[in-house]
Design a protein around this ligand. Structure first.
Ligand SMILES: Cc1cc2nc3c(=O)[nH]c(=O)nc-3n(C[C@H](O)[C@H](O)[C@H](O)COP(=O)(O)OP(=O)(O)OC[C@H]3O[C@@H](n4cnc5c(N)ncnc54)[C@H](O)[C@@H]3O)c2cc1C
Length: 497
């Protein structure tokens, strides 16, 4: 079977891959394909269908700037609405034609002689001049390797792969983890289950969730007076941006938020013993700040048991906590997050000289502007290292990166060059990021978090304001790159998909 050849190949159809496809198309660069392992667009929002799933950044900001949605039903939209928005956006902007669903990328290798990427999927091979990986930072669920888990006789699943066919009514359920997903689904399942045991290694800081339904008048205004929606978006953006100083420069600024969270805890949990277990001993912001009005009250219910330690062993019909106590359960739900600092696609992308991205990152992930890696010509990452946020919408960062990569692709299209970021540019960028990281609450706040890799390096978050990142990525800065030899041969004729 001959390989399908395109100028650009994108992997993934979450906010990042979809946004990239739309921007390429709008720029008149139609020779691209998008490979998606699932059967629909949406990424995070297609996969996380657990009860109560919703965004925790207001929807008017957590959406594409070029595709405002006047119909958001409330400030923090539920999963189904965000998924519906992404599906509609893919259709409205005409990119569905370019998407190959059920195509999982198994390997992508840079062919030095032919100056292009050779990409193998479970449904055939592809070739492209430019590869854009948008496989997501929170896309591959992580389940701890617990002794005995494979011998458990009940039902086990991860919150990102919710078993809707498994009725939880009357079950004895163990929930492992108390992160952003667990605090959303715990209050939803608590009323129906016979008993719920929540395993908490470290308590999260939780702030009130100021969520509300938009009135019909507001939605009318968003639809008919676009300026109103733009102002709402700008208001949310700048409100959130105020928080940056507390995260990255002066963690002491976070004290006020900490007091608010303590008051929220006092009001929600009258029992002093339970409250003690739920009181964090690190600075707020060090781990992701969570927002919820119903998680803490759910934990006070008589059918809930909070175990303030990890789960250490699974037996055929029970789970054992670190303190040795055993509880009979018939369902285990993991809210244990994702492979963030060890993204699986790094094993599958192989650059110049046969070097796998995983090996290139043996000392930890890094990329110039979170986007380009030395040794990987004509390849760009969306939501790459140090582009995540603790305070605002990831979509803002994604759009910044998309603008940068689009400019790079236009440069490549114009010149026929193969470009690769210089190692010194990458190193200087990464040194700057890690220097800035030293002052942040993620470093000084006294916690261990999923933001850090196993060497304790924060390779996930952007230590600055989002507008600064946008300035850095405003245009492709060819000076930071080198043009890879040999000189271009006549450009191949490519098929338009
Ligand atoms: C439950 C949850 C709630 C969140 N809430 C918020 C929020 O409120 N605000 C916020 O800013 N961020 C939030 N996030 C972060 C969220 O992941 C990002 O905001 C954003 O959705 C990431 O988009 P993406 O396109 O980078 O990745 P994803 O949405 O993860 O998309 C990646 C896509 O790549 C595909 N893919 C992966 N590997 C391959 C392969 N080998 N071959 C082919 N296809 C592949 C996947 O199937 C997927 O469709 C949340 C994350 C989770 C998990």
């Amino acid at each position: 079977m001959t390989a399908v050849r395109t100028q650009v190949l994108i992997i993934g159809t979450g906010f990042a891959g979809l946004g990239m496809a739309i921007r390429l198309k709008q720029a008149g660069l139609n020779d691209f394909a998008v490979l998606e392992r699932a059967g629909e667009v949406g990424g995070t929002w297609r996969d996380n269908t657990y009860p109560g799933a919703a965004c925790d950044v207001p929807s008017h900001l957590y959406s594409f700037s070029f595709a405002p949605n006047p119909d958001w039903s409330r400030s923090f939209s539920p999963q189904a609405e965000i998924q519906e928005y992404l599906e509609r956006t893919a259709t409205d902007f005409g990119v569905r034609l370019h998407i190959r669903f059920h195509h999982e990328v198994q390997g992508a290798v840079w062919d030095e002689a032919e100056r292009r990427w050779r990409v193998a999927t479970n449904h055939g091979d592809f070739e492209a001049e430019v590869l854009i990986s948008a496989t997501g930072a929170l896309s591959d669920p992580s389940v701890p390797a617990l002794p005995g888990l494979d011998r458990f006789e009940g039902t086990v699943f991860h919150s990102a792969q919710w078993r809707h066919d498994h009725d939880l009514t009357g079950r004895r359920v163990a929930v492992v983890g108390t992160g952003a997903s667990a605090i959303q689904f715990v209050p939803q399942i608590q009323p129906g289950v016979a008993h719920l045991t929540v395993f908490q290694r470290t308590p999260p800081w939780i702030l009130p969730r100021w969520d509300r339904q938009f009135s019909r008048a507001e939605r009318w205004a968003f639809r008919h007076l676009p300026l109103v929606q733009r102002l709402a978006r700008a208001g949310i953006y700048w409100g959130r941006e105020q928080m940056v100083a507390g995260f990255v420069v002066a963690p002491n600024f976070m004290r006020a938020a900490e007091q608010l969270a303590r008051r929220h805890l006092r009001r929600s949990v009258p029992d002093a013993g339970l409250r003690a277990k739920l009181t964090p001993d690190y600075r707020i912001g060090c781990k992701r700040i969570l927002i919820s009005n119903d998680y803490l009250p759910a934990l006070t219910q008589p059918n809930v048991d909070l175990v303030a330690s990890g789960l250490t062993e699974v037996r055929p019909r029970s789970v054992v906590a670190a303190d040795g106590t055993e509880r009979e359960v018939d369902t285990i739900i993991f809210g244990t997050g994702f492979h963030v600092t060890d993204i699986p696609v790094a094993d599958r992308i192989v650059g110049r000289g046969g070097l796998a991205l995983r090996d290139r990152w043996a000392e930890g992930m890094k990329a110039y502007k979170g986007t380009a890696v030395a040794g990987f010509p004509n390849m760009f990452l969306l939501v790459g290292p140090n582009t995540g946020l603790g305070h605002s919408s990831q979509v803002f960062m994604i759009e910044s990166q998309i603008a940068y990569v689009l400019d790079a692709v236009q440069h490549i299209d114009r010149t026929g060059d193969v470009v690769e970021v210089r190692e010194d540019s990458e190193t200087a960028w990464d040194d700057g990021v890690q220097r800035a990281m030293g002052r942040t609450v993620w470093t000084t706040g006294g916690c261990a978090s999923w933001y850090l890799d196993d060497r304790g390096r924060n390779t996930t978050l952007w230590p600055g304001s989002t507008w600064r990142f946008r300035r850095h990525t405003a245009r492709f800065d060819g000076g930071a790159y080198r043009v890879v030899e040999p000189a271009p041969s006549p450009r191949p004729v490519t098929a338009n998909l």
